[in-house]
Design a protein around this ligand. Structure first.
Ligand SMILES: [Zn+2]
Ligand SMILES: [Zn+2]
Length: 596
């Protein structure tokens, strides 16, 4: 027996029990009960012993205990919902924390014992029948209160979302700690005051652009935010919606997903005074939040600082129940926010000057005590395209932390139902960074690569480095929605990338699981090569196109493009179009026929 640690089992017989309060033991919705079951499951796998989960006051079972939640006796009054404390010595192990904190603490303990939760379908769990828990004194709090990405692994596997400590993703049941959900998620103006309903009788509710009210049916307009009737209507519609959709934490009152903000005399005057179109917007959202606070004291009213409303206002400040989500959609994603010299990515202020993202982040950081970031981690026009953002993930997360950001949503390619372009790795790194932007990200990256890709890791590392180096050398800037035309995607480089994939495949040729992972990532190179060959050189090979889409689907992948299904993308390439989205009716937003 290890004198310095807490030994769990001997000869496959448990020496300890897991103890939780009796009320958690009898409550299937208790995250503390889930924490106990998870601990039993993983410790059982490690030690091959069956460690009992018992009520704290149960006289049966081993007296030596791992105590969770209130059974730990730890003072957790300083912990947030996600924070936790672990104390371990040779006599006892205690884990306490907030609503989700105990479960997070259990996963943290398991990671300290050598477990790794890389993806929902790939975990590393050591086998060690003589395992003993070393002395631990730890207290952890996340840097960001709201953490979400939407890679498919989180949306489809809530248990994995809890393991990766995402509290804003999809729908996480109460037994896994629940999550911070939006009643309405984003771009809600047209849901609250539809142009097709009010446009005809009340053109004054809608944005005036170039001297004319835009009341287009289908919603390509914004609201006139200085109109008191619009305010009253939004308050009432929001009240109705929240009454019929209880149980949420956030409610978005936000501009539609296009430009065209109101420039009527009143809106223009306020925006000019505030130096940004966020002026009218934030005054409006504050007024909604103030009116609804008495009935909904726990709801946070959220809005966007997005495109025309991105720069911070000079005077108005968010109420305590208002959150501002600053969006990085114009940014370049191969340079950190503070190190890109592409001036064309700035947005226009009302006075005609331009503001870049890092300025907006810093300005909002000074004035806003609840700022979330909506950031982008893939190419939305071509999900498979290699997205060379590997070297900016940590720096950007640190810039967010240093500028008073409280929550982060990393928008990804959930719609493609899985990983290509190393998205499993990206999702793992994002999860580590949103918990702690200053974590040892290189170690996390290396551990993932070595386990997930095995002997192929070396060649694949070389590929990812070559990708980022070439991007720098060829002076590329990379947007969220580009066609695959960048210098780092030219044919000479595609050949070199392919050679590295050949090397990676050779290294794992006897390991079908890892070989499949290599070939799935190679789809990125195949896609770009096919696209460039067909579209740029007119070298049209229907059989090759059909083969690509067959392989894409065989890996369980779905959409290639944010806006249309994979069949439409397939048809588009056969017909020589850059994107299936070209079939869309941009005015009505009507999608092409969906084959399912
Ligand atoms: Zn107006
Ligand atoms: Zn750049």
């Amino acid at each position: 027996m290890d004198q310095n640690g807490f030994t769990l089992a001997e000869n496959r017989t448990a020496l300890v029990s897991i103890r939780i309060p009796a009320e958690d033991l009898s409550n299937p919705a208790s995250p503390v009960l889930t924490a106990a079951k998870e601990l039993r499951y993983y410790l059982g796998r490690i030690t091959a012993a069956s460690i009992p989960v018992l009520a704290a006051d149960d006289p049966e079972g081993p007296a030596k205990a791992i105590s969770l939640g209130a059974a730990s006796g730890l003072d957790v009054s300083s912990c947030s919902e996600d924070g936790f404390i672990i104390e371990a010595d040779s006599d006892s192990v205690k884990i306490g924390g907030g609503k989700r904190g105990v479960l997070y603490g259990v996963y943290d303990l398991l990671e300290r014992l050598g477990c790794r939760f890389f993806t929902p379908l790939c975990e590393k769990v050591p086998t060690d029948p003589g395992l003993s828990i070393p002395p631990i004194r730890a207290k952890e709090e996340p840097v960001f209160e709201f953490r979400r990405h939407n890679y498919a692994d989180i949306e489809q596997y809530p248990r994995f979302a809890a393991k990766r400590r995402f509290n804003g993703a999809g729908r996480i049941p109460e037994r896994l700690g629940g999550n911070l959900t939006y009643a309405m998620h984003v771009h809600t103006f047209d849901q609250l005051v539809p142009a097709r309903v009010y446009g005809k009788d009340h053109p004054e509710y809608f944005a005036e652009v170039n001297g004319k009210r835009v009341t287009t049916d289908g919603g390509r307009t914004q609201l006139c935010l200085s109109n008191p009737d619009v305010l009253a209507l939004v308050i009432e519609k929001t009240r109705e919606f929240l009454r019929s959709h209880p149980g949420h934490r956030l409610m978005s009152i936000s501009q539609n997903d296009w430009g065209g903000n109101c420039t009527c005399e009143n809106c223009k005057r306020i925006d000019e005074e505030e130096g940004s179109s966020s002026g009218t917007l934030l005054r409006f959202v504050n007024a909604v939040a103030e009116a609804l606070e008495p009935e909904f004291p726990d709801i946070v009213f959220d809005t966007l600082a997005y495109t025309y409303s991105r720069p911070a206002p000079k005077y108005v400040r968010n109420r305590k129940n208002v959150c501002v989500r600053l969006c990085s959609i114009e940014c370049c994603f191969c340079h950190p926010f503070d190190a890109c010299d592409d001036e064309s990515r700035g947005v226009m202020r009302p006075d005609g000057t331009r503001s870049n993202f890092i300025t907006d982040l810093r300005e909002w950081g000074k004035i806003c005590d609840r700022m979330y970031i909506w950031d982008y981690t893939t190419c939305f026009a071509h999900y498979p395209t290699p997205h060379p953002n590997w070297r900016i993930l940590a720096r950007n997360a640190q810039l967010m932390a240093e500028n008073n950001v409280k929550g982060v949503f990393e928008q990804a390619n959930g719609a493609s139902r899985g990983g290509v372009d190393f998205n499993e790795l990206r999702a793992y790194l994002v999860s580590k960074l949103l918990w702690d932007p200053y974590c040892d990200i290189e170690t996390h990256r290396r551990e993932f690569m070595e386990y997930f890709y095995g002997p192929a890791a070396e060649a694949l590392d070389e590929y990812l480095n070559l990708l980022c180096d070439t991007c720098g050398e060829r002076g590329d800037h990379v947007g969220f929605n580009d066609n695959p035309l960048h210098g780092f995607l030219e044919e000479d480089m595609l050949d070199r990338y392919n050679a590295l994939f050949d090397r990676a495949a050779e290294a794992v040729k006897g390991d079908p699981v890892r070989l499949a992972r290599v070939e799935k990532n190679r789809l990125s190179i195949r896609w770009v090569a096919l696209k460039r060959k067909t579209m740029l050189r007119g070298e049209y090979d229907a059989e090759e196109i059909n083969r690509f889409f067959g392989d894409w689907k065989a890996f369980g992948l779905s959409r290639i493009d944010e806006w249309c299904n994979v069949e439409t993308t397939h048809r588009a390439l056969l017909e020589g179009k850059w994107r299936g989205v070209e079939y869309f009716d941009h005015w009505t937003g009507e999608a092409p026929e969906d084959l399912g």
